[in-house]
Design a protein around this ligand. Structure first.
Ligand code: SF4
Length: 466
């Protein structure tokens, strides 16, 4: 039986090498790379023996020591779009240490959105055997078993100097082979709303059809594909059998397909699956009915992007829901014991400093369980990057969401950062927030995270990591 290592490389700063949500910086959550999890099902179904190593959680470990005495037929690694060169250097070293092992790379968003990127990567790094374009739908096993195959689906390699491979869309009603969550067991994984136990990650759907101008996400897939509810419920049962207690759904927006969401929740309840789960969604996708169903199926926290507390501004950023809709969904979450987390962006060019303060007051007074404040960082490959001239190079990706990287028409970068710090303190040091958090402490993990955040705020450091 061929043996494959699924690898998350070390890095100097924590980084999340995920196709659709890559980021760098210190997070207040960490879970296994969902790309590797989905791929594990495809490889295991084809008969490969799998191991997983995550150097992002085992931060002191040495790659060289780990590989010494181990033998793999193949290694599949994700790579960081914000520091590709560093990851290629590490992978080249892996190849030097394991010359007989084939190295495969999982695509990052640049491979999908930048013309010629994938080919350039393969040309510049000939030790990489092939690049997996879609981690959830590909025929990588065929290439691993038959290196000469010409039939490549969502896998690309160079042959005689030309790029070989074919892109294929995810089918509607996608059914994933059962991911092998058992190899991703690690007590270090957690979500900021975790209450303990082992945690894993999953995908219920792929793609996004919204067009928020600061986000490149919708360009990754031509349509939203939601998994077959029974297939997803089977995976939940398998997670539970693997000893997992919590799962984070990494979908851009959980619950796009209302009926599939309700069917999934009904199946989870009917099968008596007791996992606690967390997800991101949108206020306009949720309703009293879906929230009740999700709570019954184990949902414990939903993250919402609001971007601005000012309706006219958030409309422009793809969030066309009224204050009343926001309050309704928040009330329903509270009624059903689901924590609600909200994301706000400071520094939107349409907002004055006073508008930004109003935005912060809106989310603080609404009573969200968590508020994640971010500072607008105009990312390449987004619609916003075509509209706003950035101060190139002055803000590194390491500081993304912590510092403006463009000249705001009315507010200085320093004013936005000062507002960020004072807002964080006013939200997280308010008596009602502290009381709420104390009521919710149900595990040492949670206590540790709250203590860390409090220390961060007290030391005046920016960045929530959400
Ligand atoms: S809802 Fe908006 S921010 Fe979220 S993934 Fe879609 S486009 Fe991006």
């Amino acid at each position: 039986m061929k043996k494959v290592l699924l690898l998350n490389l070390p890095s100097d700063v924590p980084c999340y090498r995920i196709l659709h949500r890559a980021k760098v910086g210190e997070p207040n959550y960490i879970w296994p790379l969902v790309d590797l999890i989905c791929l594990s099902g495809i490889l295991a179904e084809a008969g490969f023996e799998l191991e997983h190593k995550d150097f992002q959680v085992d931060r002191g470990a040495s790659v060289e020591k780990f590989l010494a005495g181990r033998r793999y037929d193949a290694i599949v690694a994700a790579y960081n779009p914000f520091d590709e060169a560093a990851d290629f250097r590490q992978l080249e070293e892996v190849k030097r240490l394991c010359p007989d092992t084939d190295i495969f790379l999982l695509a990052n968003h640049k491979d999908r959105l930048e013309t010629g990127h994938m080919e350039a990567v393969l040309r510049a790094n000939p030790f990489i055997k092939a690049l997996v374009y879609d981690y959830a739908f590909n025929n990588l096993p065929e290439l691993m078993l038959n290196p000469g195959t010409q039939r490549l689906s969502n896998v690309f390699r160079l042959q005689d100097g030309a790029l070989l491979g074919r892109k294929e869309e995810l089918p509607q009603d996608l059914r994933l082979p059962r991911p092998r969550h058992e190899i991703f067991r690690d007590p270090a994984y957690f979500h900021y709303d975790s209450t303990g136990g082992l945690m894993t990650a999953a995908m219920g759907s792929f793609g996004c059809k919204m067009q928020c101008p600061f986000c490149w996400g919708p360009q990754l897939y031509s349509r939203v594909v939601t998994r077959d509810p029974a297939n997803l419920a089977d995976e939940m049962a398998a997670m539970e059998a693997a000893g997992m207690e919590e799962v984070y759904f990494h979908d851009y927006s959980f619950g796009y397909h209302r009926q599939k969401l309700l069917d999934f929740c009904a199946l989870v309840q009917a099968r008596g699956i007791k996992l606690r789960w967390f997800c991101s969604s949108r206020f306009d996708l949720m309703s009293p009915e879906t929230i009740a169903a999700m709570a019954g199926a184990g949902c414990r926290c939903i993250e919402f992007g609001l971007e601005s507390g000012n309706y006219e501004v958030r409309r422009r950023y793809g969030k066309r829901f009224s204050d009343e809709q926001v309050r309704l969904i928040l009330r329903e979450c509270k009624r059903h014991g689901i924590h609600a987390s909200v994301f706000i962006i400071l520094g939107l060019p349409e907002e004055s400093l006073e508008d930004m303060k109003r935005s912060v007051r809106f989310v603080r007074d609404a009573g969200f369980d968590y508020v994640s404040l971010n500072i607008l960082w105009v990312e390449p490959l987004t619609a916003l990057a075509g509209e706003i001239k950035t101060t190139d190079g002055s803000v590194s990706p390491l500081e993304s969401m912590k510092k403006l990287n463009f000249a705001h028409p009315t507010v200085t970068a320093g004013e936005v950062q000062a507002l960020y710090r004072s807002s964080m303190r006013s939200i997280y040091f308010s008596p009602s927030f502290i009381l709420n958090q104390l009521r919710n402490i149900r595990s040492w993990k949670r206590l540790r995270e709250i203590t860390r955040l409090a220390l961060k705020l007290a030391l005046n450091r920016t960045g929530t990591g959400n």
